[in-house]
Design a protein. Structure first.
Length: 315
């Protein structure tokens, strides 16, 4: 395990060097400020603070289920779950320290204990039980094909539509429904497909990226249309709805581009996607500097993604 931990530390250091110090500085500052602000807001509220432990547990669980080294750990160190429990507990310790600073002992303990218990959860099972023909639609819209196998998202969409209809007299409710649906669908673009999937399609990386963005915008537009219609008939009107949808389209495009900006490094891709979402959410505030930062991030991802995929070009 000592050799394995040293290897992980070296790999993380190499990935951070590839990310670059200025990207790391910008992403770290944005993610740190957004996380700290949300955490302090929750810690100061006597009821909202109890939402911190489940949020941390769900975040750690999503990372744990996608770990690529779990099969190796099963073979190399059968008692590896104790190591993972310590790792997850240490990772959640900064959150617990902030909660303790505000005198929230119970939520702090639940945060650390819940994060360490995630180590007992098995890895996500691969869905290879049934053979499917590689149809044209499945090969181009594979992210949204995977959404069709998650009925929870369908129930969430129905709940958001019902909430938007109930609060249609005020534009805040339908706008929040559109925002929540965007955040739910962005999770689809988290895992990067294997490089072998890309080789037949990367004769022209720019065309591939335009297809990815186009299919994402198409299916997001189709699914968000009822929510947008409820928003348009309210006080926001057609102009406000167009602004909301334009903002969603830009954030979705940045998340898709960030998926391939540091391909195939999943850690750097997830960091870039999180930074894109944080920058997009920051634009909703009143500071105009964040809009310039959003444009800079958009142009940076627009240049970085095709250059990264060009390394896998098949002539």
């Amino acid at each position: 395990m000592q050799h394995y931990l040293r290897l992980r530390a070296r790999l993380l250091g190499r990935q951070l060097r590839e990310l670059g110090w200025w990207r790391l500085l910008v992403l770290g500052a944005l993610l740190g400020l957004a996380t700290a602000r949300a955490l302090v807001t929750a810690a100061t509220h006597p009821t909202l603070v109890w939402a911190v432990p489940p949020v941390v547990v769900l975040f750690v669980l999503s990372l744990h289920r996608r770990r690529a080294d779990l099969p190796f750990l099963h073979m190399a160190a059968p008692e590896f779950r104790g190591w993972l429990a310590v790792e997850y507990a240490l990772g959640s310790l900064p959150v617990a320290v902030v909660l303790l600073g505000w005198g929230r002992l119970g939520p702090a303990l639940l945060t650390v204990m819940g994060a360490s218990m995630v180590a007992l959860v098995p890895a996500a099972a691969t869905s290879a039980s049934r053979q499917r023909w590689p149809t044209w639609f499945r090969s181009l819209a594979f992210e949204w094909v995977s959404i069709g196998r998650r009925p929870v998202l369908g129930l969430a969409w129905l709940a958001l539509l019902a909430a938007a209809i109930i609060t249609r007299a005020n534009s805040t409710g339908p706008a929040l429904a559109v925002l929540v649906w965007l955040l739910l669908t962005l999770e689809t673009y988290g895992p990067a497909e294997p490089w072998s999937w890309l080789l037949p399609a990367l004769r022209t990386p720019g065309v591939w990226l335009r297809q990815r963005v186009g299919w994402g915008l198409l299916y997001f537009g189709l699914t968000v249309a009822p929510l947008a219609a409820v928003l348009a008939v309210g006080p926001a009107g057609a102009g406000g709805t167009a602004l909301v949808l334009g903002w969603c389209a830009m954030v979705l495009t940045m998340v898709v581009l960030a998926k391939y900006a540091f391909y195939p490094h999943a850690t750097l891709g997830r960091l870039s996607q999180a930074g894109a979402v944080v920058v997009g959410l920051s634009v909703l505030g009143s500071n105009p500097a964040f809009f310039a930062l959003l444009l800079a991030c958009f142009l940076g991802l627009l240049l970085k993604s095709p250059n990264q995929l060009a390394q896998y070009r098949r002539e």
